[in-house]
Ligand binder design. Structure first.
Ligand SMILES: [Zn+2]
Length: 298
């Protein structure tokens, strides 16, 4: 079920530092052809697609305090200062009690789809919308600590919707540099793992976002796998990537966008991770890093 997780104060500074370190690492090394904008952090290709253990480097470093000296009021200065990211926590806590609103048809590209769905849950009843929400807040904290402007598509976990087309519209109106919809799947109990969904080619709708979304998906997939220990889904997708043309949240987007299906809530092994607050901190680190790597190289 494309779409949910809890907040947590931990780790933020560490990630801030590691992203800063990442930016520093990327800058001097090999150079990208010529697209190097004048952004000082224009980034070249990253280390390696393999699993190495990535550059968690943790370079000792630079100023700690996230709050910084920057001129801006409340947004800390950081490698992502000029970037806008939309984080879209899938589903919502009130959806189950609002079938009329949720089932109303809305534009989803060439056709229509239901406004939203209720989402998945674990065997013990931990709901996907809650997971999505909690994890999204953690990701937001990390990206903000690195200076990004983060827009969430909903403001709490008790409301209804928004509808899938509105979720996309929020990203468009924010002119986001990247948008990530956070979900967890409700797959077969025997299947485990995560996957990232990218927009397929839907003429007139996704032409402009297929390529950058693919890059975003690649960075997110690598960092998430390395950072969480969750394997690629073994019951669908292809090495953790799935291209789809039927998702309104992607079809209606004009900005690079992907869905993360963070794991399979119906699978006991995945569920044990997804329900663990400590694991969610690590997952948020990984997601924020994936987004940052994409932004710094684009
Ligand atoms: Zn979902």
């Amino acid at each position: 079920m494309h779409a949910p997780a809890p907040p947590g104060p931990v780790g933020r500074r560490r990630v801030a530092l590691s992203l800063t370190a990442l930016a520093l690492l990327l800058t001097p090394a090999c150079t990208t052809p010529s697209n190097a904008s004048d952004n000082p952090t224009a980034a070249p290709p990253l280390p390696a697609p393999d699993d190495g253990d990535g550059g968690s480097g943790e370079a000792s470093g630079t100023g700690s305090s996230g709050s910084g000296d920057g001129p801006s009021d409340d947004v800390p200065d950081g490698p992502l200062s000029d970037r806008v990211v939309v984080i879209d926590p899938g589903h919502n806590g009130g959806n189950a009690d609002a079938p009329d609103e949720i089932n109303a048809m809305v534009p989803a590209g060439p056709g229509e789809k239901a406004c939203d769905t209720v989402g998945a849950e674990t065997a013990d009843g931990y709901a996907e919308h809650e997971f999505n929400w909690e994890l999204s807040l953690l990701v937001r904290d990390r990206l903000e600590a690195d200076g990004a402007t983060v827009v969430l598509t909903r403001s709490d976990d008790e409301g209804v919707g928004p509808c899938i087309d509105d979720r996309a519209r929020i990203g468009n109106e924010a002119d986001a540099d990247a948008a990530v919809s956070i979900h967890a799947d409700g797959g077969p109990e025997s299947g485990r793992g995560f996957h990232v969904i990218t927009p397929g080619d839907v003429p007139g709708f996704t032409d402009d976002i297929v390529e950058p979304s693919r890059l975003l998906a690649g960075d997110l997939r690598r960092e998430y796998r390395e950072g969480t220990g969750v394997p690629y889904a073994d019951y669908l997708a292809d090495e953790g990537l799935d291209e789809r043309t039927d998702l309104g949240g992607l079809n209606m987007s004009d900005v690079p966008k992907v869905f993360l299906e963070a794991g399979n809530l119906r699978n006991p092994e995945d569920a044990a991770l997804l329900t663990d607050p400590g694991w969610r901190e690590r997952a948020a680190d990984a997601i924020a890093r994936g987004v940052a790597v994409y932004l710094l190289r684009s």
